[in-house]
Ligand binder design. Structure first.
Ligand code: UDX
Length: 448
């Protein structure tokens, strides 16, 4: 069966490339001609480990192709995977216009029976709405095909997406049992390796996706809440985390305190889940708390600097290491660094910024404020600017591995504000940093 994947964004491209890797005949379709032109030239439009080589490999093997021609794609395929974006509207609701536009286009052009597989993160009940679109358009066309609508949410982390697809913890399929039996075959190369398929009702599958992201976000906000207590009572959140992680009921994942979560999923999915809950008159206290703690935590860096400099941040020269919302990506969406930068610019600081890959993406977000911002090509360059303070906003390995002795030498008496707890406190003491602030651990000051 031929598989069409609509949307060549990060979910769509990873899905298309991995399905091809599994031996399927896949076409990736997108309405953006520049994006498809890049892909046809063998270039990958997004920063994602392993993806560029996989795209080239699968194109060369003839299993993967790209197109802007939706009509021909729809005619040829039996499996239609929708992987378009569902951004957040101002009221928190997920914007489903791209998903519905693709569904409508499929319904208008389809010429044979098939499956519609929803990969995009969509609110519960979206599958039903897509079924209605098909029904209405088939009525207008006065012809009808058997089209089963299935939910197959993705759980791909940016930076690890290819790995997360091919070595998934589980594959969730939601829909009518007969349709799921057929779709299960697509994933046979993965299930043969022991990856379980969990079949369920379509609405349950749609909700599972939101619940997974909300659960992970809640763990992060919970640890950030505990970090506030930890600092006040002179405990160490990293020790607390290790103690919690060893409990098999809790496990180690997503327990790192820091300056909050960002990215294209957690913030928007929490908003969308709140929106859905409110519309159903369901109490949203927990979801609101997750979001509130996260927003508050993004101000942590500015608060430490305000305390250290007693509010006088005007003209302070501050280095910022890390801009992307997490390591391994150039994605700046909802990055905590954006809040750090905004707050420090508001207070008149001068910023020297470095990120291994996200500077081009970051530059596009600050075109009007650039006179107070200097973009640097390396950590070393940031450190040459006689800084009044250095901030770590993303825990890239090259920051964690940078010798603390060199940081100490450049900073002299200036503080290091570590928003991602990159360093061990003993190592910081040994390097004799003048002041070191980290999340959920008491500040080390004048250790010398
Ligand atoms: C997430 C989900 O993990 C993935 O399954 C879903 O499909 C898309 O959303 P992603 O947005 O790529 O993936 O990022 P993830 O690795 O989950 O991290 C999200 C945010 O949480 C980052 O800002 C990260 O810095 C933060 N985080 C993560 C913490 O602050 N502490 C942790 O312990 C883990």
């Amino acid at each position: 069966m031929k598989i069409a994947v609509y949307g060549a964004g990060y979910v769509g491209l990873v899905t298309a490339a991995c399905l091809a890797k599994m031996g399927h005949d896949v076409i990736s379709a997108d309405i953006n001609p520049e994006r498809i032109a890049l892909l046809l030239q063998g270039e990958c439009p997004i920063y994602e480990a392993m993806l560029p080589a996989l795209l080239i490999e699968q194109c060369e093997l003839g299993r993967l192709s790209f197109t802007t021609n939706l009509q021909d794609t729809i005619h040829d395929a039996q499996i239609h995977m929708i992987a378009t974006g569902t951004p957040c509207l101002a009221n928190g609701q997920a914007d489903l216009s791209q998903v519905f536009a693709v569904a409508q286009c499929i319904a208008e052009n389809i010429k044979q029976d098939g499956f519609v597989v929803i990969k995009s993160t969509v609110p519960v009940g979206t599958g039903d709405r897509i079924e209605n679109i098909f029904s209405e358009i088939f009525n207008a066309r006065k012809e009808r095909f058997e089209v089963a609508v299935v939910s197959n949410p993705e759980f791909l982390r940016e930076g690890n997406a290819v790995h997360d697809f091919l070595y998934a913890d589980r594959i969730i399929l939601g829909g009518e049992p007969d349709a799921l039996l057929c779709l299960e075959q697509i994933y046979q190369p993965l299930t043969a390796e022991g990856i379980p398929v969990i079949k369920m009702q379509r609405r349950s599958a749609e909700l599972t996706k939101y619940a997974a992201n909300a659960m992970l976000a809640s763990r992060i906000s919970f640890m950030n809440q505990i970090s506030w207590i930890s600092t006040k009572v002179d405990a160490d959140i990293e020790e607390v985390r290790k103690g919690l992680s060893a409990d098999k009921r809790i496990g180690p994942a997503f327990l790192h305190a820091g300056i909050g979560y960002g990215g294209s999923c957690f913030p928007k999915d929490i908003q969308a889940l709140m929106h859905t809950s409110k519309a159903l008159d369901i109490d949203v206290t927990l979801l609101e708390a997750i979001d509130h703690i996260n927003m508050r935590q993004k101000n942590w860096v500015a608060e430490q600097l305000m305390t250290h400099f007693k509010g006088a941040l005007k003209d302070k020269r501050i280095g910022i290491l890390g801009l992307a919302f997490k390591p391994g990506t150039d994605d700046m969406r909802e990055a905590s660094s954006l809040v750090v930068i905004e707050r420090l610019l508001e207070m008149g600081s001068e910023l020297f910024l470095y990120d291994p890959v996200a500077i081009p993406a970051a530059k596009t977000m600050f075109t009007e404020k650039s006179e107070k911002m200097s973009w640097c090509a390396s950590i070393d360059e940031v450190l040459t600017h006689r800084l009044d303070a250095l901030v770590i906003a993303t825990e890239w390995p090259e920051f964690k591995n940078y010798p603390l002795a060199l940081i100490r030498q450049s900073l002299e008496d200036a503080p290091l504000i570590d928003g991602r707890n990159c360093f061990d406190l003993e190592a910081v003491k040994a390097a004799k940093l003048s002041s070191y602030y980290s999340v959920g651990r008491i500040p080390l000051r004048e250790v010398i």
